[in-house]
Ligand binder design. Structure first.
Ligand SMILES: *Cc1c(COP(=O)(O)O)cnc(C)c1O
Length: 360
């Protein structure tokens, strides 16, 4: 067996110790006589797994007690609908910042339920930056302000939580949750599909301030109703039990790594190494404004785009896979999530230099 360094954007690399633990526990979990796959979601073993995952998430992100934590299905895309459905609360207008493809998808879904006021857009800069906060126009009548904390495809990331001028603030943190410390108190709600930086596809984290719940639009499907889900421990219907368990193992692993402070320090080092190598060479370039470059997703280009195919082939031969950019933007992209070891970034940096020496 030889595992490679997987730079995929999602589903993405898992911490190897987590895969080993899941393998070791697959047939029988902790003397229960059955696999986690075979457990009732209402049984005490699974309820214990679920509660431990919530407790670990609360600890890692320092989630205040007046916030509910939900583990749902339907991905971040499901939450694109759930956000307006749950948070309109009698209003008919919502505000979104448009920083790229994931913002646009969130906006398109919100338009089914509300009037969307775009507070700012980076479209005219080809989504290579985040419009400065001073240029945002916030509609005070909006029910909330939504932003995409990290644009997985474009590679732009907010370095701080933006000031929402009193509007309830909602973050799509799908691709940078648990990669850096975050002051949850400043958010009304946050959601994240787990498959980028937190675990497997098929489970979605929602964190929402309790006082905002209970006013979902009457048309809200029950499984997207945050209050109903909160009242039912995210088990209104059968939850994705195995995914929940795997997510829990990743959370335990994050705690063993030293928690978010240690993970963030490592992520800063990894990103600095990779951007440093790209910036130091005229052969490679980054299309993103240095002030808002993502620590998780690093798009880059070759001066000679004709070499991309060879680059990908040779990278694969060197054990570095899934470095192609998203099909909508082309180019190259390295996703360097929590689970990608620093040695993986070192290997990529070495490969970049070798490839340039050969083809530059
Ligand atoms: C991947 C992604 C989504 C969509 O996630 P699904 O779980 O596939 O619905 C939404 N927002 C961001 C920022 C993403 O990276």
């Amino acid at each position: 067996m030889s595992r490679v360094y997987n730079f995929a954007a999602g589903p993405s690399i898992f911490p190897e110790p987590v895969l080993e633990q899941a393998r070791d526990e697959l047939l029988e979990w902790h003397g229960a006589g059955v696999s986690v796959l075979e457990m009732s979601h209402r049984g005490k073993d699974f309820v214990g797994i679920a509660e431990k995952a919530e407790a670990d998430l609360r600890e890692l992100l320092a989630i205040p007690t007046d916030y509910k934590v939900l583990f749902l299905q339907g991905g971040a895309t499901g939450q694109f609908a759930a956000v307006p459905l749950n948070l309109l609360r009698g209003k008919n207008k919502v505000a979104y910042v448009d920083t790229g493809i994931w913002s646009q998808k969130a906006i398109a879904e919100a338009k089914r339920y509300a009037e969307v006021a775009v507070a700012a857009s980076a479209k005219s800069q080809n989504y290579s930056t985040i419009p400065p906060r001073g240029e945002w126009v916030l509609d005070p009548e909006a029910a909330y302000l939504h932003y995409t904390a990290n644009e997985t495809i474009g590679g732009v990331e907010y370095q701080d939580i933006p000031d929402s001028n009193g509007l309830p603030l909602v973050a799509d943190a799908s691709s940078n949750i648990l990669s850096r410390s975050l002051d949850i108190n400043r958010l009304a709600a946050l959601y994240a599909g787990a498959q980028k930086n937190a675990g497997p596809a098929g489970i979605t984290i929602v964190i929402a301030r309790e006082d905002l719940l209970g006013q979902a639009l009457p048309i809200t499907p029950s499984i997207l109703d945050w209050k109903l889900q909160a009242d039912n421990g995210s088990m209104l219907n059968t939850p994705p039990t195995y995914n929940w368990y795997l997510l829990g193992l990743v959370l335990e692993w994050l705690k063993e790594q030293g928690g978010l402070a240690a993970i963030e320090a490592r992520n800063i080092r990894k990103a600095e190494k990779l951007y440093g190598a790209i910036d130091a060479s005229a052969f490679y370039s980054s299309p993103v404004d240095p002030a808002v470059r993502s620590r998780m997703n690093v798009p880059f280009r070759l001066a000679n785009a004709d070499l991309e195919k060879v680059f990908l082939q040779e990278a694969r031969a060197a054990g570095l896979v899934n470095l192609e950019g998203h099909r909508s933007v082309g180019g190259l992209r390295a996703s360097i999530y929590n689970a990608l070891p620093e040695a993986g970034v070192d290997a990529l940096v070495t490969f970049l230099a070798e490839f340039e020496a050969q083809h530059g």
